[in-house]
Design a protein around this ligand. Structure first.
Ligand SMILES: Nc1ncnc2c1ncn2[C@@H]1O[C@H](COP(=O)(O)OP(=O)(O)OP(=O)(O)O)[C@@H](O)[C@H]1O
Length: 551
């Protein structure tokens, strides 16, 4: 589909859903107002009585999977969108008709370089699931293991590139037409989406994330992650162990199995905090479709996680930021939160701690009005980010990703067990993390971490010491040489002065002798003769004496 064709399609959908009515005409710059307002051709179209959120959702659905996924992502950005729109966008489902099994088979054969029957003992042509980017088929390896094969949709990258380019165009038009939209960061939102989307195209990345997460929880009993079959995995094909579990959204089924729902809810929070604070590697696409439960032992339910396409990881500074802020928040020490932000340079050093603390207090106090069990960590963080943005803090995308994941986890936990007290479950993780960083254990760990580096440098130490000593010796010699040179110069100056004095004395004696001869004065009458002389002779005598003394 050409770009013009696509643009026409979009124009048609916008007109059909009357998305023009979503534009806040009164806030537009004057030249745009008549064009998009009173004289807009769309005003001739019949009114659409559905709510603005519903119209936007329907429009995205009409525009196809890339827009649907974009809407899903936007629905989690409650810091940017009005609540009614965010709620409606949450309903978006990317159920897409499957592509033909023959096409999937051909893609798999091309990627693996072998016939489907050579690769698998069985391959089910009926897809298990079909989403906007990939399709999943069940299969069995020749060794007997049951597996699932995930295949990327054909030509999806081209479609994605075109749609993303259009999204950028819209974002830039929005900024031009409605300067106020700057605070929604439209271009950055699209850029964020682009990275996530293209990451999902590379199944080798997903396979690597899956393996890492599996390793992190291999013996924990909290979370099971299926095994990846690397020899059958390529950029557009991934083969992994097939898992059987109850989808987490099937609450009735979980209850019917006698699942300990309280434990299940708590374990969800535990998994999240373990991922963030112990492993610094968290699954960031925790929607219910990706979570299953193994209820073999209903009193000890184990989570099963799939689809590790999107993962997050924080820098040590961000981890520190998160732990300290959450701890300060839950003791309602807003001044400490403000101080932490200024001290670490997250907000400008000129920011007044009192003003910043007051702004945070205004956002958070209403949240803390509720009983502790109803407080949402995700909401607290969102409030903090919104406030911090007002004070020009750039919130790192990884932190936003974490905050969105946290909202998902909390939502899920409370659905499973409405009285879940997140704070009590999470506090030990935060406190342990802090102790591990700043207590003696933390220092010992740092020593242990740095020890290999020190050890590596050890063999070079003698050489380094030799070099340093040699340099020191050179330096001493250099100093001695300099002093000797100085003495030599001083001696030379002294000798020069003596020579000059001798020369002057000689000249004076010669002058006097010439004077005596010229005036025919006997030497014994010299003093008498001098006494009788006028001031020029005295002047000459004094000048000669002074020159002699000065040297
Ligand atoms: N290892 C597995 N074992 C059993 N079923 C699986 C497995 N992996 C995926 N599935 C099934 O396939 C569906 C889609 O898988 P997955 O979430 O990995 O694909 P996706 O294209 O990324 O989907 P979405 O974008 O909607 O999350 C899952 O909801 C699940 O029903």
């Amino acid at each position: 589909m050409s770009r013009l064709h696509r643009l026409l399609k979009i124009a048609q959908v916008v007109a059909h859903q009357r998305l023009d009515t979503l534009i806040p005409i009164e806030r537009l710059p004057a030249p745009w107002r008549p064009l998009l307002g009173r004289f807009s051709p769309m005003r001739l179209l019949p009114e659409n009585h559905k709510s603005r959120g519903e119209r936007l959702r329907l429009a995205l659905e009409e525009l196809g999977p890339i827009f649907v996924k974009f809407g899903q992502m936007l629905s989690t950005r409650r810091d940017l969108l009005p609540q009614d729109i965010a709620d409606e966008l949450k309903k978006l489902q990317d159920q897409v008709p499957p592509f033909p099994a023959e096409q999937a088979q051909a893609l798999i054969e091309e990627a693996l370089g072998q016939n489907i029957h050579q690769a698998f003992q069985e391959f089910s042509s009926q897809p298990m699931a079909s989403a906007s980017i990939a399709q999943v088929h069940a299969a069995r390896l020749h060794s007997g293991e049951e597996v699932v094969v995930k295949v990327i949709r054909p030509h999806i990258d081209k479609i994605m590139r075109k749609d993303i380019a259009l999204l950028y165009t819209f974002a830039r038009i929005l900024l031009k037409v409605w300067p106020d939209s700057k605070r929604l960061h439209p271009v950055e939102v699209v850029a964020d989406y682009e990275v996530t989307l293209f990451d999902e195209l590379d199944l080798l990345k997903e396979a690597a994330n899956t393996s890492q997460l599996r390793r992190n929880f291999i013996n924990s009993g909290l979370l099971y992650v299926p095994k990846v079959y690397w020899e059958y995995s390529r950029r557009n094909v991934m083969v992994q162990e097939r898992i059987y579990g109850i989808p987490i959204a099937h609450l009735d089924l979980l209850r019917a199995q006698g699942t300990n729902m309280h434990k299940l809810a708590e374990r969800g929070v535990e998994i999240f905090f373990t991922q963030v604070f112990r492993d610094n590697f968290f699954h960031a696409d925790m929607h219910p479709g990706n979570i299953f439960v193994d209820c073999t032992d209903p009193n000890n339910p184990q989570y099963i996680g799939i689809d590790c396409g999107i993962v997050g990881s924080l820098s040590v500074e961000d981890q520190n930021y998160l732990a300290r802020n959450l701890l300060a928040f839950f003791t309602q020490d807003y001044y400490e939160v403000a101080r932490l932000h200024i001290e670490s340079g997250w907000v400008h050093e000129d920011t007044r701690a009192n003003e910043f603390a007051a702004a945070i207090r205004a956002v958070c106090e209403p949240i803390f009005e509720k009983p502790l069990k109803d407080i949402s960590f995700g909401q607290v963080l969102m409030g903090l980010f919104q406030t911090a943005r007002r004070f020009n803090m750039e919130v790192q995308p990884q932190l936003v990703l974490l905050q969105k994941t946290l909202l998902n986890i909390e939502g899920l936990g409370r659905q499973l067990y409405p009285d879940l007290d997140l704070w009590t479950t999470a506090k030990p993780y935060l406190e342990n993390w802090m102790k591990a960083r700043v207590g003696p254990r933390g220092v010992w760990r740092k020593v242990k971490t740095n020890f290999p580096d020190w050890l590596e440098q050890m063999p070079e130490l003698p050489l380094l010491a030799h070099d340093t000593l040699a340099q020191l010796k050179n330096w001493e010699q250099h100093q001695i040489q300099q002093q000797q040179a100085l003495i030599q110069v001083q001696q030379e100056i002294h000798q020069q002065n003596a020579r000059r004095r001798a020369r002057l004395l000689g000249l004076l004696v010669l002058g006097l002798a010439s004077y005596l001869i010229a005036t025919d004065t006997p030497v014994d009458l010299l003093w008498q003769h001098i006494e009788q002389q006028t001031w020029p002779v005295w002047g000459l005598i004094l000048l000669g004496g002074w020159l002699l003394v000065r040297g």
